[in-house]
Design a protein around this ligand. Structure first.
Ligand SMILES: Nc1nc2c([nH]c(=O)n2[C@H]2C[C@H](O)[C@@H](COP(=O)(O)OP(=O)(O)OP(=O)(O)O)O2)c(=O)[nH]1
Length: 135
């Protein structure tokens, strides 16, 4: 199965990051994820990310760092996630597609039912944070 390319944003605010819950009508219903979406033909991953976050959350973000790609095979679809660490630069959060969102500490993430592809993203983000603090 050829993976589809999907961007996702780990939006940082102080010591917390934003996660959002997919709706019942989306694929992976009610799973928690990092907001984002499919990369369009001819679009760069970072342009896709900025567009998707504006569409889904109504806010502008700027990219701080790119994390390693993660490919995951679900039973019916395969995805390659392009994760970016971001900060919000303007706008007020309004959910256009998700049913819920919350700001969480890294340590609390394991209590949310995350999409399976996001688990390695959380691990690489944790490594990124450790390296940031070591500098
Ligand atoms: N956005 C996002 N999608 C994820 C994550 N983890 C994960 O497995 N996925 C999967 C769910 C979907 O199968 C796919 C992304 O599809 P999507 O429905 O969010 O993308 P989109 O907004 O471009 O969708 P659409 O316009 O076609 O409705 O990637 C994640 O952290 N964020």
């Amino acid at each position: 199965m050829q993976p589809i390319d999907v961007t996702c944003a780990i939006i940082e605010r102080d010591d917390q990051i934003l996660i959002a819950q997919r709706s019942e009508s989306m694929s992976l219903p009610l799973k928690w994820e990092f907001p984002g979406g499919k990369i369009r033909a001819g679009e760069s991953p970072s342009d896709c990310l900025v567009r998707e976050i504006d569409e889904e959350l109504g806010v502008k973000v700027t990219v701080v760092a790119a994390l390693p790609l993660v490919t995951h095979h679900y039973p019916e679809i395969a995805v390659t996630l392009h994760p970016f660490v971001c900060t919000q630069i303007s706008g007020d959060l309004v959910l256009a597609e998700h049913v819920d969102c919350c700001w969480v500490n890294l340590e609390s993430l394991s209590s949310y039912d995350l999409a399976a592809a996001d688990i390695p993203v959380v691990q690489s983000y944790a490594r990124y944070r450790r390296n940031e603090r070591a500098e």
